[in-house]
Design a binder for this molecule. Structure first.
Ligand code: SF4
Length: 313
């Protein structure tokens, strides 16, 4: 339904994401990478907030960036963002109930009684006491605020949620509960997720397929479980090893993070303990290896366990 085809994205004419293709399909898609990899830029493009420098983003059969005003409003009703913490989505001056009512009013015509009933139902659906409708965002805990953001996104009955690190601002226990909620909403409401995160364990809960982004390029893509259990790219292996569980810290120690991506050959070479001469001169092209696409000259050896992945820096 929502698709990016070979998009190059950037700011001020400078590309930061190169030739990325994503198809947001049933079962969910995860985009994994550390801070600065370009994943938020891809999410912004899929939300129609930035236009691709090349390639196309389509919603159904139509170019997202050529939608008229009415179609764009319909798109916003069907594809909703949920950001890292509630502060972007919830006006700090508004009560939670009013924030949800605002989203409802933008897409539905309801009388006051029906609107109040819907707010109650939405708060209950995300496990919140409806009495919290009277509170303001700062009077809620981090977990309650993120549930309120999800309730607000659900108010318009979307098909797709674009989740940007939806649990990384939460403590471990609350994080697990919000993930449980998202997993149950996916099945009960037929929601599809496009999830961006640094954490392979989080994506494993919510997305059937995943892509790993390094320095603005997809280095490995395939079934999430395959990537998690038998990574074929040293960067995926390092992410997996750096963040083994839900609640792990961001993967600051994946290779020598201070090393800038190389512009010739493989971008990951300066952080990869497996780099050889060919890695320094020839950019690896994505190819199929053991049930996924991977851009690494030594993918067969990595997936076969003959050599281990990148080590901590
Ligand atoms: S082995 Fe070579 S191609 Fe593969 S990730 Fe390391 S540097 Fe890149």
């Amino acid at each position: 339904m929502l698709k990016a085809d070979n998009v190059t994205l950037g700011y001020g004419g400078r590309p930061v994401v190169h030739d990325v293709s994503v198809e947001v399909t049933e079962g969910g898609v995860g985009l994994i990478g550390e801070s600065g990899s370009g994943k938020t830029t891809v999410a912004r493009a899929l939300l129609g907030l930035i236009k691709p420098m090349s390639g196309a983003i389509t919603y159904g059969t139509r170019d997202l960036n050529a939608l008229g005003r009415a179609d764009r409003a319909a798109f916003r009703g069907q594809v909703q963002p949920v950001f890292q913490d509630g502060s972007e989505a919830l006006d700090p001056r508004m009560r939670i109930g009013s924030s949800i009512a605002e989203a409802l009013d933008a897409h539905h015509r309801l009388d006051r009684a029906a609107r109040d009933a819907r707010i109650t139902e939405l708060l209950e659906s995300v496990g919140l006491d409806p009495a919290l409708a009277e509170r303001r965002p700062h009077q809620l805990s981090g977990g309650q605020r993120q549930r309120a953001v999800i309730a607000r996104a659900l108010a318009v009955e979307p098909d797709i949620l674009v989740l940007d690190e939806p649990t990384s601002a939460l403590d471990v226990t609350v994080q697990a509960r919000v993930l449980d909620l998202l997993a149950s909403l996916a099945s009960s409401r037929g929601l599809t997720y496009f999830l961006i995160t640094h954490n392979l364990a989080v994506v494993d809960r919510l997305c059937r397929t995943s892509q790993v982004l390094f320095a603005g390029r997809v280095v490995e893509a395939g079934p999430t479980r395959t990537l998690l259990t038998r990574p074929a790219h040293p960067y995926t292996a390092a992410l997996r090893d750096a963040v083994p569980k839900i609640g792990g810290a961001p993967p600051k120690a994946v290779g020598k993070v201070e090393a800038a991506p190389a512009t010739e050959g493989c971008a990951f070479q300066r952080r990869c303990p497996l780099a050889t001469d060919v890695c320094r001169t020839v950019r690896p092209v994505a190819r199929e290896v053991a049930g996924r696409n991977v851009a690494c000259h030594r993918a067969e050896e990595v997936v076969g366990g003959q050599i281990s992945g990148a080590q901590g820096g």
